[in-house]
Design a protein around this ligand. Sequence first.
Ligand code: 13P
Length: 261
Amino acid sequence: MSKSKIVIGNWKMNKSFDEAEDLITTIEESLADYQLETEVVLCPPAIYAELVTDHASLEDSRFYAGLQNVSEYDNGAYTGEVSASMLASMDVDFCIVGHSERRKYFGETDTVVLKKMRQLLDQQLIPVMCCGEILEDRKSGRHQDVVKAQIEATLYELTPEQMERTMVAYEPVWAIGTGETATPAQAQEMLAFIRSLIEKKFGTEVAYNTYILYGGSCNAANALSIFSQPDVDGGLIGGASLKADEFIKIIEAAETAGKDN
Ligand code: 13P
């Protein structure tokens, strides 16, 4: 049985309120004519969450609401933080955790990533756990070791039931925002490796059912070749998700790849 694909747009820290509204409306209008199997998730900056949840909650909505980060703590005196229960109370369904930019600029460790995942899972949200190696690790052939360590420190600490509600995104750091994409073969090799790690711990069925996405300079031109790889269940898209026409083409590529699989 083939799986439909998932395309997640990570807007990072971009767009004014008006621009965000325009982008959501344009994506919604563009997708209105499609009968999509592909699931689409939009992850705006947290302050614009309601823009997305308002649209995502419509009966005929073509996309789900996600965010890019969540607090590792419960509610309380944590100035500037946003809790998983707040996300749940706004009908946000997905949340990215452990993005390499958070690991790099905000010192997020695997321990913190795990806490955030547990917060989300407790609130019935779907964590999209990011992993990936830096260029040095790739060049020295340590890329699988690095990703394995990230997976063991996070996913391996989940219960099987929690793992079933978790997604993974492989984002090689050297491919993020650089225009240098992993080749389809590199993406396939790493995603198959990640799936094998999940299989080892949680069994074949959970491993098969887990959504594992590729992210890093994915665009309209390269999406189809990447999404057509057997272990690639979709994409986590940064820059190209900020332009409606480009993002729609990526969704079309996911749809085509999903049907061909
Ligand atoms: P780009 O698509 O801009 O390379 O970003 C990828 C990413 O980090 C998505 O989370």
